[in-house]
Design a protein around this ligand. Sequence first.
Ligand SMILES: Nc1ncnc2c1ncn2[C@@H]1O[C@H](COP(=O)(O)OP(=O)(O)OP(=O)(O)O)[C@@H](O)[C@H]1O
Ligand SMILES: [Mg+2]
Length: 242
Amino acid sequence: MNSPQTCLEIRGLDVHHGQLRAVTDLSLTVAERQVVAVIGANGAGKSTLLRCVAGILPASRGEILLDGVDVTRLPTHRRVALGIASVPEGRRLFGSLTVEENLRTGAYRHRAGPWDLAAVTELFPWMADRRRQRSSQLSGGEQQAVAICRALMSNPRVLLLDELSLGLAPVVVTRMYEALPRILESGCAVLLVEQDVSKALAMTDQVHCLLEGRTVLSGAPADLDRKSVEAAYFGIDRREAG
Ligand SMILES: Nc1ncnc2c1ncn2[C@@H]1O[C@H](COP(=O)(O)OP(=O)(O)OP(=O)(O)O)[C@@H](O)[C@H]1O
Ligand SMILES: [Mg+2]
């Protein structure tokens, strides 16, 4: 069997906020139809990493390749056009716009592909009936669904999801994760940030644990034991942890 094609490759990435180096020498790859999770404590650099991949923050060192093309210095809108779409932390919908209007903003720059208004709406069936409702009237889970669908409207190769689960009830989070296989079927890949370690280990193909901006542990969930992951997450020396 051929190994799946790499969609996104990050090599030796450093990202700064002023003097602070929030991501250091980070490398990872995400292959087609794969879900890769970045986990780590508050302030570990997870959102900084995703924002740099999206082009919102500049890289101070290293490279970001999309299907082998170097996008490291491209502005956000060009990355979207090439296939990097993101669902930012906190969803950031336009509250005064309707669901449908929010979705349409996602298609402003887009690639050819299967996702259009009808296709994304099928992903979450309640959405069709409520497409004329203002997004500010939706629940947190519904807003998250719209934010995901909005990102899909650009037909991404790589979907970046920051904190899918934030503030959502477990059953709602499960529903979000249930939508991932259908998203992957379109041939894209998902790089997500997850606070919930159990969720990351249960629902993804590869996990990278960040501590103060560096990868301290990574692997397929089946190859990682929970104790090592927790130790890496909290920065506990495993010899101390026993
Ligand atoms: N806009 C900013 N200006 C200055 N420093 C920032 C900025 N955004 C983040 N930082 C700092 O960069 C580091 C990494 O932050 P980041 O938001 O990437 O962490 P995170 O892993 O996403 O955390 P959380 O789990 O709380 O979302 C932290 O020390 C944070 O204080
Ligand atoms: Mg964050």
